[in-house]
Design a protein around this ligand. Structure first.
Ligand code: FAD
Length: 402
């Protein structure tokens, strides 16, 4: 069957895009090199995402949210504190309460084990052709149709090829699209902990000299930890047995949630920035980490990818209604114009924040304490931060509007 769109990569962004486009009655094929079983595994593995309110709206619109809603933890409050080596948190704190804006919670914490299968189920329901366990090894976007060749020999044809194949995007490389990339020399240690006391829907971000530590509320008395540390230290943390790891975590975590115990495995993610030099070409678009991989300091990587999904869906929908070729450069150029500035700004902002906060320089420490104090004391500035965290700033695509 002739397809409208071939998507390379079935991570969270690829699957969300496939569902959104199939619900617009486009014929969509999604290819992922991992097997469907491996990607649909439902065991608890400690990985979870902070989904901004705008991302939740998109998932609701495309029929995914109802499948995860019962398992999602609303984020009602975010508390930001500057931590110091050997001294604990500084007295300066920013507190963002969802009650200061009228839209509702700033976002929701959703575990990977719920979100991934929900997207796969929604893809099946929406009629997406899902090719699992095969790798795209070649592509040609120079002709009247885009072509993608699979390692099994099949050649897929469509009006548009979309690369959702992550930070090392082969789709971008094969199209000759360069990347700006560097490593932060940090690794994100990710895990979940059970604790004695209720978290009340509050998320905490402690800025420690080695990198930020985020404590994010999951359902029940459980929280997700994203602990960015210099890679050498992170590797040591990952190699420790559970008891030693908890001993290392406790001084940074604090005692506000009572006694803590590990729930599931620990995962290590090398942290870096990776920004494609363009996100559209003739018959080609890049979405998600393939377009922009950022530092998790603000928990915005997936949210930025889902905004790409909503923007590309809007651009293609309009193009179809106008009778335009959805793989044409004029159409895809509109997607690039919409998303390029936003994602470059996010990449630079997360990069700058990480540099400002991940060190113990007394001058920078003084500046950021001052900044935290100022933002914390000005209601209008605080509300602007809350709206940013909820993903409600900039031009929202229709799928992300209320
Ligand atoms: C520590 C950490 C914490 C994070 N926390 C958050 C958070 O709280 N909130 C948030 O918004 N974001 C968060 N992020 C970011 C988020 O995890 C990513 O932005 C998001 O998962 C990227 O999804 P993706 O679908 O774009 O790419 P990926 O998940 O990388 O998926 C790419 C897919 O492409 C497939 N693939 C690759 N090459 C081929 C090929 N040639 N043929 C076929 N298939 C191929 C792969 O198998 C893979 O399934 C975090 C990231 C890290 C590292």
């Amino acid at each position: 069957m002739m397809q409208d769109v071939v998507i390379v990569g079935g991570g969270l962004n690829g699957c969300a895009l496939a569902v959104a486009l199939a619900r617009m009655n486009l014929a969509v094929t999604l290819v992922d090199m991992a097997s469907a079983e491996a990607r649909g595994a439902r065991g608890f593995d400690g990985r979870s995402y902070a989904l901004a309110l705008a991302s939740q709206r998109l998932l609701r619109r495309i029929g995914v949210w109802d499948r995860v809603a019962d398992e999602a933890q609303p984020m009602l409050e975010i508390k930001v504190t500057d931590g110091r080596a050997g001294e604990g948190p500084s007295p300066f704190m920013m507190q963002f309460d969802h009650a200061e804006i009228e839209e509702g919670p700033m976002g929701f914490m959703v575990e990977d084990r719920h979100l991934r299968p929900a997207l796969l189920d929604a893809m099946t329901e929406a009629g997406v052709r899902h090719v699992a366990g095969q790798r795209v090894v070649a592509q040609d976007t120079g002709g009247a149709r885009a072509q993608a060749t699979l390692d099994g020999g099949e050649v897929l044809e469509a009006a548009l090829l979309v690369g959702c194949d992550g930070r090392g995007s082969g789709t971008a490389a094969r199209a000759g699209i360069g990347r700006m990339a560097w490593s932060y020399g940090q690794t994100g240690v990710v895990c979940a902990v059970d604790h004695d006391m209720d978290h009340g829907g509050a998320a905490h971000q402690f800025f420690m000299p080695g990198g930020p530590l985020a404590i994010l509320p999951l359902k029940g008395r459980r929280s997700s930890i994203v602990w960015s540390e210099r890679t050498e230290r992170a590797e040591a943390l990952l190699a420790m047995d559970d008891a030693a790891f908890l001993d290392a975590l406790r001084p940074a975590f604090g005692s506000h949630l009572g006694e803590i115990a590990l729930a599931g495995e620990r995962w290590g993610y090398p942290l870096g920035l990776s920004l494609a030099e363009r996100v559209a070409d003739r018959r080609l678009a890049l979405v998600g980490d393939a377009a922009h991989g950022v530092h998790p300091i603000a928990g915005q990587g997936l949210n930025a990818g889902l905004k790409d999904v909503a923007a590309l869906a809007a651009v293609l929908d309009e193009a179809r209604r106008r009778g335009e070729d959805i793989g044409g450069l004029a159409v895809l150029g509109r997607y690039q114009t919409w998303r390029r500035f936003d994602t470059a700004t996010l990449a630079m902002a997360t990069d700058g924040f990480n540099r400002l906060f991940s060190n113990d320089n007394p001058l920078l420490r003084g500046m950021r304490d001052l900044g935290i104090g100022v933002v914390g004391s000005l209601p209008r500035l605080r509300r602007a931060f809350i709206r940013e965290a909820a993903g409600l700033t900039g031009e929202l695509p229709p799928l992300m509007r209320p």
